[in-house]
Write a protein that binds this ligand. Structure first.
Ligand code: ADP
Ligand code: MG
Length: 562
């Protein structure tokens, strides 16, 4: 069985394909979403909800939002051990794999994993390696918007349909424009804001609380900030049905309260909504289409569940977005369909997926500023961002000075007008016969393929001389042996066993509520936790299950009162 996985920045999900279509695989706690959080305690690794609770209490041995650094060499130090983002991701994947095996009652050896459309080859490869470190074969990676479009069944639509996928996750916002053409689902353009997501809306509430209570962020320690964030999140979710929410937080031994109203929250969110417009416009202009040409708008990501975001989207597009698939689950469900396509399961028509180059590739040029006046350092695009790949483009350039014999081609990636602001990928030099300025011509051809290999070819037109260079993504690649060795190294770290997970989570929740409360409530929590620990020590499964139910009800009740 090949499963589909949405390895999200905030939450991850797994899904599989059944006769009734794709279905989400519940995790060990019975939830659809597993927070992409890892927490280490000695040789024990916690993933998901438990790790998220631990992060509030033990921020130094826990990590989240590491997907941002996928493919980089950044090191996370957790409980004295060092991990890269792909290794932390491998723990999330290992946990999803174990849960899937338990749920499906069969071994799961392969997965289709989704990545953001703008992920370059290095980051896609890192995602693949994360899968391999988790014991999963990953032959296919799918772009998140493509997966979402597939989940909505958009690949079964009529020819020439254009879709806009609007994905507001926890910390990132991505807009993609897709077009279905001759059975090919093509990504026409991608744009986004890497620092805009649902968390920013939570922060608005947090800041309102700080303002109302006269506190400043700097006064609060890690734990207090963690607790406050959690409260702010609860308030945000409550706004789906309530028009106000009483926030209550224990800070420096004192209970601080603030009543937050939805109206005030929505007003304060206006600058965030404004930031949504820019990437939307950019994607439309890159794809060279008008808002009115979009046939369907698809909402993806937890952030799109916010009332004000939906209202804003409807206003912006003058159209109701399609929300027939749960925005949390669309990407994972699409990845599961893609997995079934790979297995060539009946009832599924294979669609071909293409991609775009997410950045502009070009070269450095000298610009003429009047007679005999030249200014160097300008950027000339050759392959523009959002060109469908594979792509090949040729541009002509001329010599600038009389008797010039050499031309240096500086290969660059980026969007700035100035070469110095873009990323340098390499240099290539060619010789030309001495001649008058502008008389010698060279053709520069850039070819960029689906594996993100850039081939640069320079041809001197007068002599026919050709020079070539291939630029690969600079990255530290690992051999199969190295992956296997690292997998062994990591495998001594055990993912916390499923049967104890619920108990652990309850204890952590109890600890958090203990910290949040004072007085009688605190005493009550302390009493209940002790009772529960007593039962745990006796190791009688039936009694543990009963005690768990009792403790859960008590904690739920206290959480409610908050
Ligand atoms: P990612 O793609 O980054 O993993 P998700 O798509 O899971 O993220 O979105 C997570 C974000 O969605 C969080 O900021 C969370 O607060 C927000 N979110 C989830 N459910 C809701 C809801 N019902 N209302 C408002 N925001 C929500
Ligand atoms: Mg997502």
């Amino acid at each position: 069985m090949i499963i589909g996985i949405d390895l999200g920045t905030t939450n991850s999900l797994a899904a599989y394909f059944t006769e009734d279509g794709p279905q989400i695989i519940p995790n060990r706690l019975g939830n659809h979403m597993t927070p992409s959080v890892v927490s280490v305690d000695g040789e024990q690794v916690y993933v998901g909800e438990t790790a998220k609770e631990r992060q509030i209490l033990f921020p130094d041995s826990s990590a989240s939002v590491f997907k941002r650094n996928m493919g980089s060499q950044k090191v996370y130090q957790l409980d004295g051990k060092r991990f890269t983002a792909e290794e932390l991701s491998s723990f999330v994947l290992r946990s999803l794999k174990e849960d899937a095996e338990h749920y499906l009652q069969e071994p799961v050896k392969e997965a289709v994993i989704s990545v953001p459309a703008y992920f370059n080859e290095a980051r896609r490869k890192a995602t693949k390696r994360a899968g391999e470190l988790a014991g999963l074969k990953v032959e296919r990676i799918i772009s998140e918007p493509t997966a979402a479009a597939i989940a909505y069944g958009l690949y079964q639509k009529k020819e020439n349909t254009k879709f806009l996928v609007f994905d507001l996750g926890g910390g990132t916002f991505d807009v993609s424009i897709l077009e279905l053409f001759h059975n090919i689902l093509e990504v026409r353009a991608v744009a986004g804001d890497n620092y805009l997501g649902g968390e920013d809306f939570t922060k608005v509430i947090r800041d309102l609380f700080l303002k109302d209570t006269g506190l400043s962020e700097e006064e609060l320690d890690h734990r207090e900030l963690g607790l406050l964030r959690k409260q702010a999140e609860q308030c945000k979710l409550a706004f789906a049905t309530e028009s106000s929410f009483m926030m209550n937080c224990q800070i420096k031994g004192e209970v601080k309260t603030a009543l937050i109203t939805r109206g005030r929250f929505e007003k304060r969110c206006e600058p965030l909504l404004d930031r949504i417009k820019k990437p939307v416009k950019k994607s439309l202009s890159d794809a060279k289409i008008k808002i009115s040409d979009i046939d369907e708008i698809v909402l993806v990501g937890g952030g799109t569940k916010l009332r004000l975001v939906r209202k804003y989207v409807a206003k912006l597009f003058k159209k109701m977005p399609n929300t027939s698939v749960n925005p949390d689950e669309a990407v994972a469900l699409g990845a599961a369909i893609q997995a079934a396509m790979k297995e060539r399961r009946e009832a599924i028509k294979e669609v071909i997926l293409t991609d775009v180059c997410p950045f502009t590739l070009g070269t450095e040029v000298v610009v003429e500023r009047g007679k005999d006046k030249h200014e160097a350092g300008y950027f000339a695009p050759i392959i523009e961002r959002n060109t469908t790949i594979p792509a090949s483009r040729t541009e002509q350039f001329r010599t600038v000075y009389d008797q010039q014999t050499k031309l240096n081609i500086h290969i660059l990636q980026g969007e700035s007008r100035f070469a110095a602001n873009n990323i340098s990928l390499g240099n290539l030099e060619v010789e030309v016969p001495p001649n008058k300025a502008g008389a010698e011509v060279i053709d520069i051809t850039y070819t960029y393929d689906i594996n993100s290999l850039l081939e640069v070819e320079v041809k001197v037109v007068s002599t026919g001389e050709i020079k070539k260079m291939i630029i690969k993504n600079q990255e530290v690649d690992m051999t199969d042996e190295e992956i296997e060795a690292r997998m062994k190294e990591l495998s001594y770290l055990k993912i916390h066993p499923k049967d104890q997970e619920e108990n652990q989570l309850l204890l952590l929740r109890g600890e958090r509520l203990y910290e949040e409360n004072t007085g009688e409530v605190r005493l009550r929590i302390e009493y209940e936790l002790r009772e529960f620990e007593k039962v745990l020590n006796e190791r009688n499964e039936v009694e543990i299950a009963n005690a768990r139910k009792v403790l859960k009800d008590v904690l739920d009740e206290i959480d409610e009162e908050w």
